[in-house]
Design a protein around this ligand. Structure first.
Ligand code: E4P
Length: 217
């Protein structure tokens, strides 16, 4: 499974990238706001060291304007995936931009039918939002499973990019279901390494080692 980092925080991306944890990056208008940076400038900086897909989201609402914005974003670097919302205009934009050879990430997906129609429009990635479904007492992971089944039934090549990941368990469950990619905030990726028994075991080893009076270096 590929790991994308869901942030526009360059330092956080770099830290995970240096550990080989970054197969790509996703951003959105809220994450650009949080970064306090200019979208073009920060996306260019991310693409200077991340070689996998870097999603940059359009903000227009009509297909013509989305296509123009998408072309401008795609010109930042060859590994840009233009992110478009799952609206009819977004799907038109997806069809045009994939036809021009660009990667397109169709975002804000909340149903299996939306994922089906995005695949029909040629999406490179579909982004179902797990956490936001959980927030309204629906099951985001069921959606990932449904999309996996549909895409496998018909051999759609669109990659399932599980988004709105809120916990380490979400990552594990997506891996079990067979999502192609998860995009998670840096703190969730770091949380994958944590276990209370690891901490407890290490504490005991340190106490016992001190009692030996030995040194390795
Ligand atoms: C995905 O591409 C989105 O940027 C993101 O995962 C949304 O996550 P949120 O629901 O935690 O804002």
């Amino acid at each position: 499974m590929k790991f994308f980092v869901d942030t526009a925080d360059v330092d956080a991306i770099r830290e995970l990238h240096d550990l080989g944890m970054v197969d790509g990056v996703t951003t959105n208008p809220s994450l650009i706001l949080k970064s306090g940076r200019d979208i073009i400038e920060v996306t260019k900086e991310i693409c200077s060291f991340v070689k996998g897909p870097v999603s940059a989201e359009v903000v227009a609402l009509t297909a013509d304007e989305m296509i123009a914005e998408g072309r401008k974003l795609a010109a930042i670097a060859p590994n840009i995936a233009v992110k478009v919302p799952l609206t009819w205009d977004g799907l038109k934009t997806c069809k045009v931009l994939t036809g021009e050879g660009f990667m397109v990430n169709v975002t804000l997906c909340f149903s299996a039918n939306q994922a089906l129609i995005a695949a029909k429009a040629g999406a490179t990635f579909i982004s179902p939002f797990i956490g936001r479904l959980d927030d309204i007492n629906l099951d985001g992971l069921d959606l990932i499973g449904d999309i996996r089944t549909i895409y496998d039934n018909y051999d759609f090549q669109t990659q399932i990019l599980a988004a709105s990941i809120r916990s380490a368990n979400h990552v594990k469950d997506c891996a079990m279901i067979g999502a192609d990619v998860v995009t998670a905030p840096p703190n969730v990726i770091k949380a994958l390494a944590s276990h209370v028994l690891t901490d407890k075991g290490l504490e005991q080893f340190m106490k016992d080692w001190a009692k030996t009076g030995q040194k390795i270096l």
